[in-house]
Design a protein around this ligand. Structure first.
Ligand code: ADP
Length: 881
């Protein structure tokens, strides 16, 4: 931000500038009465983003101070927009009342006219640390991640602050991009001067990422002596956890949000997908504008709760590798699929359940409202009702029993909340009125007292009218005077008389206001009883919050269980809508999909009243690679993606859009599109294509599934064909994984001569009466021609241009016939396998020498040096060879 002008500031300006300095790169919301005010550059930025008036107030250094403000009661909406626009906001609240400030001034000997109410930054509002309903998207998790590196291994601590769910994991530095793509954090925190984090990451002091301190902080948060019960955490993970908690401490100014016990995620826990694959498969958002519409989740999600949608997003982001776990999820989907009537009842019940996890998050973070407590009461009661209903259901799958066990056990808490709270508690707790009558006799008494007094005042009004004969006399109330008696100006004289019993308070245009001893007494009774009642309600609120905090783990488990039930019932609903099938999961490297469909394309076509043509895909060890040709717009990309999505859905535990599917577990899924336009990110499209292809060749295993869409398209014909040829060969003969390869290079068909597990396929098209008819149907054998000119005509290229292209094409084809085409010389190319032998790997001794040479001894602590020695010793073979 621009430097502030320099001059001797007023006390308020001095306070503001100190807070402004402390707020760092955040905008400063400076509390003044009922407004948060922003000044200087902050005001300019906020006024522009929020589209509110920019005014000025006073001056500083001879220039007017730009200012804008937002009302405190509607601040959340403005905060949401600022956070969305990428800002961070520091909230500076008044931390003492004017009376306290005056008392302080007296103690300090400052003249009370100069005293300023103390203000402090009580919280930083950042994208990754939100808990407020208004600032969060109900169907999207909001993840904050912290990273820490220990000798090439990156620890990742990720938490959804809104629900407290925390995961610790680690990965090699070069896998960080993939891990972050899976987590999709809205904010990332890294140690300062660490070069590997994402560009927009927040840097924090290095010492907060120390692993020992991290372990201590975790233990302290959870009140345990050892972390063993939570899982096995590496030092990199603990370092990241330490950095994460320290950051939360920093933004919450010492107040931590809800943190549930950390869960360790093993590196190989799920199907691996890199960032490019996720983007190209459009799992959670479409590449077109980044919205849910047009994405896989947009086409699959039928959850009726926000928590369900968030869990489904998690499932789709991290498909499983464990057959038993996948089958367990599928079993639960099947259960609901087979029971349409109960499913409808269940979904009706779930729909009414509030977002328990987020209400809990707010309450534990100290930002809860009576309404949040009411939501917990209602949600937990409903969970117990579901438990009662479902535990009687016959043929329950194992996963249902496991989640049902988590729905119960809240009887005492819900009873307490039900007795204590009114049916619909308010979101504001400051004005009371949320504790139910009959819960606290003393509170009832106070309420009765103020009720009596109110009635007494009403009676007093009637009596005064009688006594004075002024029919328009009124007893009214406002914030400044409290209760007062008001009469029209022309009646005032009688009341002004010294013995009238009325005391003059205020003369207005047309009306005069009075007090009376009796009125004063009753008003005091109301004020006192009201004050005591508020204090009593506040005390009950704190008690209830403490009870919820004690039960937080069980409540979070209930919320998670409800989400799992919602996801399964939603998947069942989706499956029954369009006859999706339960996939069979196998441990071999086959893939057999009958009549598979693309969920997103099918839905889009259905909207336009068109039918999707289902296609089969049969890959096996002996027929691993399908080379798919055919015209542009013929449906190649759709076919490739639908099969990748079916694999992904199956391993996420969902039913799939096909009539039958047998999925051999896929360890890594890769999806590449040739020359996707990525210029915005500063690399040429072809470079991106090659970087992504290189990653497949480096990382794919024989258990992987790769879809390659027009790889090689982004360069000249010769280069492109040569690369496509070599990549296809490498996938076939070296990696030996399942692969669908779409290409417009006819010449690649010759690969079938040498690659025994490669077969040729094409999407069918026909030219009929001069028009191109795309059948979107997959057939065996090579494509006969590419129909490029027909597609051009279809797309509206003017007839003379198409005619000219036809003439050029005829010339080219004549040359091809004469020379044998551009692939003519490839007949005597030696086999790929013969070329692909790599230099022998280095021996353990050579590797050790290499490691020793690379080690930066000065940068190691004695402890790290010792660890390294042990590691090297372990790496050496036991006996000499
Ligand atoms: P290609 O990759 O061969 O250029 P696409 O897969 O992009 O073709 O498909 C182009 C369009 O054809 C899609 O947007 C869709 O509207 C339609 N399409 C693709 N596959 C099918 C199908 N199986 N059934 C019906 N329409 C399809």
């Amino acid at each position: 931000m621009a430097a502030l002008p320099d001059s001797k500031p007023t006390p308020m300006m001095a306070q503001y500038l100190a807070l402004r300095e402390e707020a760092g790169d955040a905008l400063l919301f400076y509390r003044m009465g009922d407004f948060f005010e922003l000044f200087f550059e902050d005001a300019r930025t906020a006024a522009q983003i929020l589209d509110i008036a920019l005014t000025t107030r006073g001056e500083h250094g001879g220039a007017p101070i730009p200012m804008c403000g937002v009302p405190v009661h509607s601040a959340e909406g403005y905060l949401a927009r600022l956070i969305k626009a990428g800002c961070r906001v520091a909230i500076a609240e008044q931390v003492e009342t004017p009376d306290e400030a005056k008392a302080r001034a007296k103690r300090e000997g400052t003249p009370s006219s100069k005293v300023l109410v103390g203000r402090a930054i009580v919280r930083l509002v950042t994208a990754g640390t939100l808990t407020e309903e208004a600032l969060l998207e109900p169907r999207r998790a909001n993840v904050l991640a912290a990273l820490a590196e220990l000798r090439g291994t990156v620890g990742i601590a990720a938490v959804d602050v809104s629900t407290g769910a925390m995961v610790l994991e680690e990965c090699a530095a070069d896998q960080l991009g993939a891990a972050l793509a899976r987590l999709s954090p809205s904010e990332v925190v890294v140690p300062e001067d660490w070069p590997h984090g994402p560009e927009e990451a927040i840097s924090r002091p290095r010492n907060s990422f120390a692993s020992d301190a991290g372990a201590e902080r975790l233990k302290a948060v959870h009140g345990v002596a050892t972390l063993d019960a939570f899982g096995d955490f590496s030092r990199a993970m603990l370092g990241a956890a330490g950095g994460l908690i320290a950051y939360l401490d920093h933004v919450g100014r010492g107040k931590l949000p809800l943190l549930l016990p950390p869960v360790a995620r093993a590196a190989e826990a799920g199907m691996a997908m890199d960032a490019a694959t996720r983007a190209s498969l459009e799992i959670l958002e479409s590449t077109n504008g980044g919205s849910r519409a047009g994405s896989l989740i947009g086409a699959v999600d039928r959850c009726v709760t926000g928590a369900g949608s968030r869990l489904l997003a998690e499932d789709l982001s991290a498909p499983l590798l464990d057959v038993a776990q996948i089958e367990a999820r599928l079993g639960l989907v099947q259960f609901w699929r087979d029971r349409p009537i109960e499913r409808a009842q269940l979904r009706e019940a779930l729909r009414a359940i509030p977002d328990l996890g987020r209400a809990l998050g707010r309450v534990v973070a100290g930002r809860g409202s009576p309404r949040d407590l009411g939501q917990l009461r209602d949600g937990l009661s409903e969970a117990m009702r579901l438990h009662h209903w479902l535990s009687g259901a016959p043929d329950r799958p194992a996963l249902l029993d496991a989640v049902l066990a988590k729905l119960t056990g809240h009887g005492a808490l819900t009873d307490w909340l039900s007795r204590a709270l009114v049916p619909s508690p308010p979101t504001e707790r400051g004005s009371g009125g949320f504790i139910a009558d009959g819960y606290d006799a003393a509170l009832d008494e106070l309420r009765a007292t103020s009720g009596d007094a109110r009635r007494a005042i009403a009676a007093m009004e009637a009596r005064y009218r009688d006594e004075t004969g002024i029919a328009t006399l009124k007893i009214r109330h406002n914030g400044v005077l409290g209760y007062f008696i008001e009469v029209g100006a022309r009646y005032a004289d009688a009341l002004m008389a010294p013995d009238s019993g009325f005391i003059h308070r205020q003369t207005m245009a047309g009306a005069v206001r009075f007090n009376s001893l009796k009125l004063h007494e009753e008003a005091a009774r109301i004020a006192q009883a009201g004050g005591h009642a508020l204090a009593a309600e506040e005390a009950h609120f704190e008690e209830l919050v403490a009870e919820v905090v004690t039960a937080r783990h069980a409540i979070a488990a209930t919320a998670a269980a409800l989400a799992r039930i919602d996801v399964a019932a939603g998947n069942a609903e989706r499956a029954s809508e369009a006859d999706w099938c339960r996939p069979e999961i196998a441990e071999d490297a086959g893939l057999a999909i009958t009549a598979g469909r693309h969920p997103v394309v099918e839905a889009a076509l259905a909207k336009a009243g068109e039918r999707f043509v289902a296609n089969d895909c049969q890959l096996a060890d002996t027929n691993r690679l399908w080379l798919i040709g055919g015209p542009n717009m013929g449906g190649k990309s759709t076919f490739l993606r639908q099969n990748a999505l079916i694999v992904l859905l199956a391993q996420a535990g969902c039913f799939v859009p096909a009539t039958a599917a047998r999925i051999g577990l896929v360890d890594r899924l890769f999806s590449r599109v040739g020359a996707a336009d990525n210029l915005a990110r500063g690399r040429s499209t072809f470079m991106v294509e090659m970087v992504e292809t290189a990653a497949i060749l480096a990382q794919a295993t024989s258990r992987s599934f790769v879809i390659l869409d027009e790889v090689g398209r982004g360069t000249s014909t010769y280069d492109g064909l040569a690369l496509a040829w070599a990549v296809a060969e490498a996938v076939h003969s070296k990696i030996r994984c399942r692969c669908l390869f779409a290409t417009h290079y006819h010449e690649l068909a010759r690969l079938a001569e040498t690659c025994e597990a490669l077969s040729l396929h094409h999407v069918r098209a026909r030219e009929w009466q001069g028009d191109l008819v795309l059948l979107h149907e997959l057939a065996d054998g090579p494509a006969d021609r590419s129909y490029g000119l027909a597609v051009a005509r279809l797309a509206g290229v003017p007839a003379p241009v198409v005619a000219r292209a036809k003439a050029v094409l005829e010339k080219l084809e004549a040359t091809r016939t004469a020379t044998g085409g551009i692939a003519a010389g490839l007949g005597d190319l030696p086999l790929f396998a013969a070329l692909a032998a790599e230099p022998a790997p280095a021996s353990p001794e050579q590797q050790l020498a290499e490691a020793l040479r690379d080690a930066d001894l000065d940068a190691l602590t004695p402890r790290e040096a010792l660890d390294l020695l042990y590691e090297w010793k372990r790496a050496l073979p036991k006996t000499k060879h």
